[in-house]
Design a protein around this ligand. Structure first.
Ligand code: MN
Length: 445
């Protein structure tokens, strides 16, 4: 089904492309956060010492969900929804599952609808419940107990594989299972937290022994991640047909990577310190409900590809038509007032494995996933050069540097560089944006 056909079917009133909000900035066609989106996040008023609280982005503002629940304006979300929305993270809400998520979404949409006076015409309540995004600082949306990173772009896997194994770029397992590794949850931060260039152990091409010092080949990886909803008890599996009901929503992920460290350390157990120094996410969690009109068939398996095993065989479309892009601004560019330059544009529907396959495969041993766990896709690369989602691929290990408008070029990231990732579903109707995932590279210390 095409995006246009999906809109024609129209899932419920929250997806209606002509729906408008009394928060005027939400009706700007360029806004990432129209009333059709309603992503959840956790914030506090800038400079205050209030505990973190749950909010919903609307235009350039935030609806303070806790205030709305406490003042009985979200009773339609039901007691479970209401209670779960008053904490300092989204974990309790993520636990609830799609019925409560969607009831809450409809209730929030009603309250913010252009024709609904309850909040629109109540100036004192509006003052309490609507906060400008510029007056808020964003926190992690959830307490992330566990983090797993996959490797689901066949374009990325083929590119990286061919640098090291030109005749045999893909490992024999690649088309049979979504490859992943258990990452580090403690060092996940929200945009725009800076990244400190890490120290690490590396070995020069002409050296016999390694050295310890600042990473020289610092890279980003453009990824999408998703937060687990209810999850599963230890010893049980989540079948593919049920996987979607265990996914709350998605964020942009920047899996900062120390390539020189990675190259030396990764065999035989995979990434370790090359990946654990920082991972950045965008602060607003875009729900699967908001993305539903953009759910499409993923990348078709090739005619020569092996059949997928039954437990991973799709029963419904599970790709998402989400455009992703990476921009870089060096310190000199910022000083000169130059705009960030776009270095890649890709699409999340180009992934070989879907988010539901990732989740189902993760639990296929009986491994328990818990509410708030984060699973990320791996670098999102497409078939063309400008769709390569990390510098390792984009510059082909530094062989083809990228020219920046300040007159310098990049093989890998330099101190002072800011990496800006954006994502949005824009196929038809409303723009369902993810906001930004930013981070500036700070010198090693
Ligand atoms: Mn990664």
């Amino acid at each position: 089904m095409t995006v246009e056909e999906k809109h024609a079917v129209m899932l419920d009133e929250t997806h209606a492309p002509d729906r408008r909000s009394w928060v005027e900035s939400a009706n700007d066609p360029g806004s990432d956060f129209p009333i059709q989106n309603l992503p959840f996040g956790v914030f506090r008023r800038r400079g205050s010492d209030e505990p973190p609280r749950i909010g919903v982005a609307i235009g350039d503002a935030i609806a303070d969900v806790r205030v709305l629940v406490e003042q009985r304006h979200l009773d339609a979300a039901g007691p479970a929804g209401g209670c779960a929305l008053c904490g300092e993270s989204l974990n309790a809400f993520m636990t609830q599952g799609p019925e409560v998520w969607n009831t809450t979404r409809r209730a929030v949409a009603t309250l913010l609808d252009a024709d609904e006076p309850a909040l629109r015409d109540n100036a004192s309540l509006r003052t309490q419940a609507i906060v400008a995004q510029r007056d808020a600082e964003m926190c992690l949306p959830a307490v992330i107990g566990d983090y797993t990173d996959f490797y689901c772009s066949i374009h990325h896997a083929t590119n990286v594989g061919s640098m090291f194994r030109p005749d045999n770029p893909l490992m024999p397992n690649y088309k049979h299972l979504p490859v992943g590794y258990h990452g580090r949850a403690s060092s996940i931060v929200t945009s725009p937290t800076p990244v400190r260039r890490p120290f690490g152990q590396t070995i020069a091409a002409d050296a016999d022994t390694p050295a310890f010092g600042p990473c020289r080949l610092l890279d980003y990886e453009m990824e999408m991640g998703f937060f687990v909803g209810p999850g599963n008890p230890l010893g049980t599996r989540i079948p593919l047909a049920a996987a979607r009901s265990h996914i709350f929503g998605m964020v942009i992920v920047n899996d900062w990577s120390a390539r020189d460290v990675q190259k030396w350390e990764y065999q035989p157990l995979g990434p370790f310190n090359a990946k654990n120094f920082l991972t950045s996410i965008s602060p607003w969690v875009v729900t699967l409900a908001a993305l539903e009109p953009y759910r499409v068939d993923g990348l078709a398996r090739g005619a020569d590809d092996p059949p997928v095993l039954d437990y991973l065989r799709p029963t419904e479309p599970a790709g998402f038509d989400v455009t992703v892009e990476v921009l870089i601004a060096s310190a000199a560019m910022r000083d000169k007032g130059l705009d960030p330059v776009r270095v890649s544009t890709g699409n999340f529907q180009d992934m070989y494995w879907s988010i539901t396959q990732m989740l189902t495969h993760h639990t296929s041993t009986g491994c328990n996933l818990r509410p708030g766990d984060l699973l990320a896709s791996g670098t999102i690369s497409g078939p063309t050069e400008d769709a390569r989602g990390c510098l390792l691929e984009r510059t082909w290990r530094g062989q083809h540097p990228i020219a920046l408008p300040d007159g310098t070029e990049r093989k890998f990231l330099q101190d002072g560089d800011e990496v800006i990732m954006r994502a949005a579903a824009t196929g038809a109707g409303a723009r369902i944006g993810f906001g930004e995932c930013r981070g500036i590279v700070m010198p090693a210390e």
